[in-house]
Design a protein around this ligand. Structure first.
Ligand SMILES: C[S@@+](CC[C@H](N)C(=O)[O-])C[C@H]1O[C@@H](n2cnc3c(N)ncnc32)[C@H](O)[C@@H]1O
Length: 207
């Protein structure tokens, strides 16, 4: 994707998330069951980077021995995450940053985790390449993502409804995220279907 086009889309998506930040926790309750988050986050270990942390709903779920840094490019989502962190007295470093341009050195983290993020990142392959870069060679990348169904009819319906979601919230319901993960060069170790073939838990590594 061209740089100008990406920064235009970045601005658009960021604004959408800034706008829905006050309602996000309520919307989330209707869309993602809590057990899915628990399952994904329980796999994290060591020095962890969570990308697209949103309002921080995963943060209380990390095992105690994790050293967590979390980023998001929406200032309002980060602001909400910060108030959760302070209220729950969690030890988490929060930073405003774009996953498509991470300010970390190569091989910095044992775990990189994202839940429902690559449906809205303007250039998902670039973002996935970045998390691959910052993950240690023996580290793990944990992705809990929803994506376009492989069922012909359902997939078509998701294509038709997608503009409603991108306009209202900023996410896409018809991304071919498994293909994007492969394009970014991640090595897929495990895939588990959590809700039909739409919500998947993917464990991958950079090498
Ligand atoms: C659907 S929300 C998911 C939030 C959180 N991961 C959760 O599970 O509740 C998507 C989040 O990704 C963030 N995001 C989208 N594109 C991003 C980017 N390029 N860099 C960093 N964060 C991004 C949005 O600001 C938003 O907070």
């Amino acid at each position: 994707m061209e740089k100008n086009n990406r920064s235009f889309l970045n601005g658009k998506v960021r604004k959408k998330y800034d706008r829905i930040a006050p309602l996000y926790d309520f919307i989330d309750k209707m869309s993602m069951p809590h057990w899915m988050r628990k399952k994904a986050v329980s796999l994290a270990s060591g020095k962890v980077l969570e990308v697209g942390v949103g309002t921080g709903l995963n943060l209380p779920l990390y095992p105690d021995d994790c050293d967590v840094t979390a980023i998001d490019f929406s200032p309002k989502m980060i602001q909400k995450a910060r108030s959760h962190v302070e209220r729950m007295n969690l030890q988490v470093k929060l930073m405003q940053m774009d996953v498509q341009n991470l300010e970390f050195q190569d091989y910095s983290f044992d775990t990189v985790l994202a839940t429902c993020v690559f449906c809205s990142v303007p250039d998902p392959v670039l973002g996935l390449k970045e998390i691959r870069r910052v993950c240690k060679t023996d580290g793990q990348i944990i992705l809990l993502e929803h994506m376009r169904s492989e069922n012909h009819l359902l997939g078509l319906m998701m294509d038709l409804l997608n503009p409603l979601f991108t306009n209202a919230i900023g996410n896409n319901i018809n991304r071919r995220t498994m293909d994007n993960i492969k394009k970014a060069g991640l090595y897929i170790k495990r895939v588990e279907n959590l809700k039909g073939d739409i919500f998947k838990l993917i464990v991958a590594s950079g090498d």
